[in-house]
Write a protein that binds this ligand. Structure first.
Ligand SMILES: NC(=O)c1ccc[n+]([C@@H]2O[C@H](COP(=O)([O-])OP(=O)(O)OC[C@H]3O[C@@H](n4cnc5c(N)ncnc54)[C@H](O)[C@@H]3O)[C@@H](O)[C@H]2O)c1
Length: 448
C-alpha cells in the first residue's frame, strides 16, 4: 500500500486515479510516500523518511523547498500545461480588454439611473462614444514565449484574424509541434518590440526575463502598443510602464499580476490572478499530478519533475532499481558492479541528469537481494534507492487490458462492425505502459 497525503483541497477527479486497493489517500494520512499539494507553504516542514515524491497540482513550485527535496531524494513534480487553456482564454479576453474600453464602459454603465430627462437606454446611446475602441483583426501580435500557454495564445489569435509572430529562446520540439504553421517566427525579441501592435508575454520569471518591459525595450516599441502580461509582475518595471502610459507610448497594459504600483492606474487593467482559476484547470492539474505520482511510485518513471531529470523506461523485466544520485562520474559503474557481483543481468536501463542531480532506472530479471540494495544505497553520492518489486503485476495487468482490447477488436471484426475504431484497436496494444493501460481500458470501454 502507498500512502498519499493531501495538502489543500485536491479535485476528486484527480484523487480518483488512485486505486483504493493500492493507495490510502487523504488529508489525515501519516508517513506519506507522496504528497499532493496546491499552495500550502512547505518550506518549514520536516519530511518523513518514507516520503519519495511531492506533486504540485499547478505550475509554480515556490511553496516547495525544491532543493532540499532534491538533496533528500524527494522528487518534486508539477503539472505544466494543465492550466494552459484556462490562461489562454483569459489572454484572449485580455486582447479585447486592451482594445476596447470594456472595463471603464461597464463601470460607467453600473452608475446609470433613470432621470426625468433621460432613461438609461438614452444615456447609453449618448455617452457610449467615449468608450470606443479598436478591433484586433488584422493587427500584429507578438508572442514572447511559445510554451504551453504561448502556443495556444498564438494559434487562437491567428484564428481570430491577427497576424502573429512569436519568439522563444529555448523552444522545445514538443512546443514547436503544437504551433500553427501560420504563426511567424520572429528573429529576435527586438523584432517583436519594434513591429507589433500587441505584445503578450508567456515566459517564466528568470534573471533573463525580469524587467523585459523596461524603459529601454519600451522605447523600441510602436507608439500606442498594447501589452499583456499574464506571466509574472516582475517581467515589467511598473514605473517605466506607468511613465510610458502617461506619455501615450503604451496605450494599455493588461496584467494578471497587480501590485501596489499597478492598481488603480488609468491605462492599466489589473486582474486578480484569474488566469488558471477555472474548475476545468484545477481538475486537469489534479489528474495530471495524480498520474505523475502513480507512474513514479509504481514504475519509477519521472515525468515533469522540477528537481530531477525526466526518465522513463518501457517495461520488460521483473524488478526495477531506481537510484537518485548526484551527477558525478563513476556512479553507474559502481551501481552495475554491485548488481553484476550478484550474478544478475541488467536487462534495460536509463540514466538522465539535470544540473547537480541524476536518476538511473535499472531493470533486472528476478529480484535484487536486500543486502545488494543496501550496498547500492551505501555508494558515495547515491541519495536514495527505490526498489519496485510489484512491477511485474503492473506489466501483467497492462498485458491483460491490452489482450482484452485486442480480443474486443477481433470480435468487432468478426461481427462485421465497420469503422476506423477497430483498426486503432488492433494497432494500439503494442504500446504497453501504465498510462496506456488506463487509456486502453477506457478505449476498449468506449468502443466495445
Ligand atoms: N496567469 C496565470 O494564472 C498563470 C498560470 C500559469 C502560468 N502562468 C505564467 O505563464 C508562464 C508560462 O507558462 P507555460 O505553461 O506556457 O510555461 P512553459 O514552460 O510551457 O513555456 C514557457 C516558455 O518560455 C520560453 N522561455 C523561457 N525563457 C525565455 C526567454 N528568456 N526568452 C524567450 N522565451 C523564453 C521557454 O522556452 C518556454 O517555451 C509561467 O512561467 C507562469 O509565470 C501564469
Amino acid at each position: 500500500m502507498y500512502n498519499i497525503q493531501l495538502f489543500n483541497k485536491i479535485a476528486k477527479i484527480g484523487t480518483d486515479n488512485f486505486d483504493t486497493a493500492k493507495y490510502t489517500v487523504g488529508e489525515g494520512v501519516t508517513a506519506p510516500d507522496a504528497i499532493m499539494v496546491r499552495s500550502a507553504a512547505m518550506h518549514d516542514m520536516v519530511f518523513n523518511p518514507e516520503l519519495k515524491a511531492i506533486a504540485r497540482a499547478g505550475a509554480g513550485v515556490n511553496n516547495i523547498p525544491v532543493d532540499r527535496c532534491a538533496e533528500n531524494g524527494i522528487v518534486v513534480f508539477n503539472t505544466p500545461g494543465a492550466n494552459a487553456n484556462a490562461v489562454k482564454e483569459l489572454v484572449i479576453c485580455g486582447l479585447m480588454l486592451a482594445s476596447r474600453d470594456i472595463t471603464d464602459g461597464a463601470a460607467w454603465a453600473k452608475t446609470l439611473v433613470k432621470t426625468e430627462e433621460m432613461d438609461v437606454a438614452k444615456q447609453v446611446e449618448k455617452g457610449k462614444s467615449k468608450f470606443a475602441g479598436h478591433e484586433i483583426i488584422g493587427k500584429k501580435l507578438g508572442v514572447i514565449g511559445l510554451g504551453a500557454i504561448g502556443a495556444l495564445v498564438a494559434n487562437a489569435a491567428h484564428d481570430l484574424g491577427m497576424e502573429v509572430i512569436g519568439f522563444d529562446s529555448y523552444l522545445s520540439v514538443d512546443a514547436a509541434w503544437k504551433l500553427s504553421r501560420k504563426v511567424g517566427r520572429a528573429a529576435s525579441m527586438d523584432e517583436i518590440f519594434e513591429t507589433c501592435d500587441y505584445i503578450t508575454v508567456h515566459v517564466p520569471s528568470t534573471p533573463e526575463t525580469r524587467g523585459m518591459f523596461g524603459k529601454e525595450n519600451i522605447a523600441k516599441m510602436k507608439d500606442g502598443v498594447r501589452i499583456l502580461n499574464f506571466s509574472r509582475a516582475d517581467l515589467a518595471c511598473a514605473q517605466d510602464v506607468k511613465d510610458a502610459i502617461a506619455s501615450g507610448k503604451i496605450a494599455r497594459y493588461v496584467t494578471d499580476f497587480p501590485t501596489e504600483e499597478t492598481v488603480n492606474v488609468p491605462g492599466i487593467i489589473a486582474l486578480p490572478h484569474l488566469g488558471a482559476s477555472t474548475e476545468e484547470s484545477e481538475d486537469n492539474c489534479a489528474v495530471m499530478a495524480a498520474r505523475e505520482l502513480i507512474d513514479f511510485l509504481e514504475c519509477g518513471n519521472i515525468r515533469h519533475s522540477v528537481n530531477y531529470p525526466d526518465a522513463e523506461l518501457p517495461h520488460t523485466g521483473d524488478c526495477r532499481i531506481c537510484v537518485m544520485h548526484k551527477n558525478v562520474p563513476g556512479i553507474l559503474n559502481s551501481i552495475t558492479a554491485v548488481i553484476s557481483a550478484e550474478g544478475i543481468n541488467v536487462e534495460n536501463m536509463v540514466n538522465r541528469s539535470k544540473k547537480d542531480y541524476a536518476y538511473t532506472i535499472l531493470e533486472i530479471g528476478g529480484e535484487l537481494p536486500a543486502d545488494a540494495a543496501e550496498k547500492i544505497s551505501g555508494i558515495e553520492n547515491v541519495i536514495r534507492v527505490n526498489i519496485i518489486k510489484e512491477f511485474r503485476n503492473v506489466l501483467y495487468s497492462s498485458c491483460m487490458v491490452s489482450a482484452a482490447a485486442v480480443f474486443c477488436g477481433w470480435m468487432c471484426l468478426y461481427f462485421g462492425w465497420e469503422g476506423e475504431e477497430k483498426v486503432s484497436l488492433l494497432i494500439l496494444p503494442p504500446m504497453i505502459s501504465t498510462e496506456n493501460t488506463g487509456f486502453l481500458g477506457k478505449f476498449s470501454g468506449n468502443y466495445c
